[in-house]
Design a protein around this ligand. Structure first.
Ligand SMILES: [Zn+2]
Length: 56
């Protein structure tokens, strides 16, 4: 694993995860740069809201 020097993702300034794509200029986790809203799906509500909070 010596040739892994290109970093495609860096730390997102909105969600803080290492998912912000440098050349595409959007975050793969929260969608920052692609949409003004935070990227969110129904199957992610457990992560977003915390355990035990589930609607539907
Ligand atoms: Zn993000």
């Amino acid at each position: 694993m010596g040739k892994r020097q290109k970093k495609s993702h860096t730390i997102c300034r909105r969600c803080g995860k290492h998912a912000y794509h440098v050349s595409h200029r959007y975050c793969a986790h929260c969608g920052f740069g692609r949409s003004s809203r935070i990227r969110q799906f129904n199957w992610q509500w457990k992560d977003v809201l915390g355990k035990g909070q589930r609607k539907i």
